[in-house]
Ligand binder design. Structure first.
Ligand SMILES: Cc1cc2nc3c(=O)[nH]c(=O)nc-3n(C[C@H](O)[C@H](O)[C@H](O)COP(=O)(O)OP(=O)(O)OC[C@H]3O[C@@H](n4cnc5c(N)ncnc54)[C@H](O)[C@@H]3O)c2cc1C
Length: 506
């Protein structure tokens, strides 16, 4: 037996998109409407964020952060918790580049509108530049290395409030400093009466109906029990806003049978494939204290890549270093002397790269590294090597070189040593955290899934408000653009709601 529930607006997911829609629609509750968010992950108490790699990753991430693409050559990182991926993001806050939005050619979508809406969320999230004394060695060396190599590093605006530099952003800030939807938009929405039901997975959507399964808290696990009793629910809603993320929303709509009317559903997936590069200095440097990500180098337009500073924990670093045995062990033993750079390729949508579901409705992500992406990763690695050596490093670990370790004697031969031919999918650890597309915006159902206001073509009761809306890669860090797009979806819901009455239950 399933229980029946009725509301006006049902939001699936509580991350950058869902949290934003919840807050933007919260005033409707004051008008007597019922707005409910369904989040499949748990809600954690502040004292449960312990910063441990082994204790936090399984609770905060889908598959503990190890969700693999279909052929096993890349892991995709995305959150599964109250606040979604904003709980684990690093909080770098960039506005969508004008040239990228122009290139998307989505009718009715202007970069200036996204910039205006992004400014609102920058304010809500306390986005600012860190002061020079808050910059750690790892970041300072990146800026110095860029300067020495003839590049210009730019400083990331960051969304922290009271950051003490634990560097644990990607394990959920243990000091409640990072501003995600779990800290800003969701609490604001709940104060105004929006209900957020956690441990509540939406299994499928049908016209003005959702099938929801609420799970029990596992014994000894982190997080609060759901406010709804475990079991299955049939929820009726005038409008459903899907904000489960690129993979989550695409999978939900696919298993609900919507591809029959939306042939582009699941297509257009991009993710900025990335890997970590490390370089050894002669002396210890601080990279595990201080905000991990203060600078970046944007070569997207010229060479199809972006470099960012980063700090990864020992397990993640070890997993990402290519090579085995003594070479690998030597790099890990030098952990306190390691400078780290994250390389991201700006991929483009191709037909092979898409989201599907298996027979049980679980997402399956097909991804192939195109020659252009592999070339960008190699070019990015060469640029990073120049930056590392410019900063004074003695040895650089480069997965797209054979052998992988490059010493200062090789600095004149980087173009020969680091090449695309050395990139062998499956032997280099590649991961991605900027998941985009699957329900891309565009002009018609033949070429896209949604319009520029998150309205699903031909399905008035269904809206999308997350990173699945991106019709192509953003070429920079995406969360602020997700919030700006979700703000547009919420505006359209407010506008259209008077015409969306509940049809008779079937
Ligand atoms: C480690 C990491 C670091 C990052 N750092 C940055 C950064 O510094 N700057 C930046 O701009 N971006 C960053 N990002 C990317 C950014 O976090 C995402 O682009 C953004 O959060 C995507 O928003 P979303 O709403 O699409 O999905 P998410 O934020 O992932 O939220 C989706 C939510 O929906 C829930 N859900 C999915 N399906 C269902 C279902 N069927 N039923 C119920 N709930 C469901 C999920 O559990 C999840 O909580 C980072 C991402 C990661 C993983």
């Amino acid at each position: 037996m399933s229980e029946a529930v009725t509301c006006d607006v049902a939001i699936v997911g509580s991350g950058a998109g869902g949290g934003t829609v919840a807050a933007a629609l919260a005033p409707l509750v004051g008008d007597g409407l019922r707005v409910v968010v369904f989040e499949q992950g748990p809600r954690l108490r502040d004292d449960e964020f312990d910063g441990g790699e082994l204790t936090m990753a399984p609770v905060l991430y889908e598959d503990g952060g190890g969700f693999l693409t279909a052929d096993g050559t890349m892991t995709l990182a995305f959150g599964r918790v109250y606040g979604g991926s904003t709980v684990v993001y690093t909080g770098t806050s960039l506005v969508a580049p004008e040239r990228v939005i122009r290139g998307w050619r989505v009718p009715g979508l202007l970069a200036s509108d996204l910039a205006e809406r992004s400014a609102k969320y920058m304010q809500q999230n306390n986005v600012h530049l860190l002061s020079p004394e808050e910059i750690n060695d790892n970041n300072r060396l990146f800026a110095e290395g860029c300067h020495a190599a003839g590049f210009t590093a730019e400083q990331f605006p960051i969304n922290v409030r009271g950051c003490v530099g634990s560097s644990l952003c990607n394990l959920g800030c243990p000091n409640a400093a990072k501003q995600g939807t779990h800290r800003v938009q969701l609490p604001a929405a709940e104060t105004q009466g929006v209900e957020v039901v956690t441990r509540a997975e939406v299994l499928r959507v049908d016209p003005q109906k959702l099938r929801v399964r609420v799970s029990e808290k596992p014994p000894g696990g982190k997080g609060e029990p759901s406010t709804w009793a475990p079991g299955e629910y049939d929820v009726r809603a005038r409008v459903i806003v899907a904000a489960g993320g690129s993979v989550g929303t695409s999978a939900l709509l696919l298993r609900s049978g919507l591809r029959a009317r939306l042939p582009r559903l699941g297509h257009g997936f991009t993710c900025h494939p990335a890997f970590i590069l490390v370089a050894e200095h002669a002396q210890p440097i601080t990279n595990w204290v201080g905000h991990p990500k203060s600078f970046f180098l944007d070569r997207a337009e010229e060479e199809g890549f972006v470099l960012e500073t980063c700090m990864y924990f020992p397990f993640t670093t070890a997993k990402n270093l290519t090579g085995l045995g003594t070479e690998h062990a030597a790099m890990m033993q030098a952990f306190e002397r390691l400078q780290m750079i994250l390389v991201l390729a700006c991929d483009r949508p191709v037909e092979e790269n898409r989201i599907e579901v298996d027979r049980s409705g679980r997402p399956v992500v097909h991804y192939t590294f195109t020659p252009a992406v592999v070339e960008s990763l190699a070019a990015a690695t060469r640029a990073a090597a120049r930056i590392f050596f410019g900063a004074g490093a003695v040895r650089v670990h480069a997965p797209t070189a054979d052998p992988h370790i490059i010493t200062r004697e090789d600095t004149e031969r980087l173009d020969e040593r680091i090449t695309a031919e050395h990139f062998v999918p499956g032997t280099t650890s590649v991961s991605a955290a900027h998941l985009m597309g699957g329900c891309g915006m565009g002009g018609s159902a033949a070429s896209s899934v949604c319009d520029a206001w998150g309205r699903v073509h031909g399905v008035p009761w269904l809206r999308v408000a997350d990173s699945s809306l991106f019709p192509d890669a953003l070429q920079i860090n995406p969360y602020l653009t997700v919030m700006a797009l979700a703000d547009r979806t919420a505006e359209a819901v407010r506008r259209d709601l008077p015409e969306l009455s509940m049809v008779a239950a079937t």
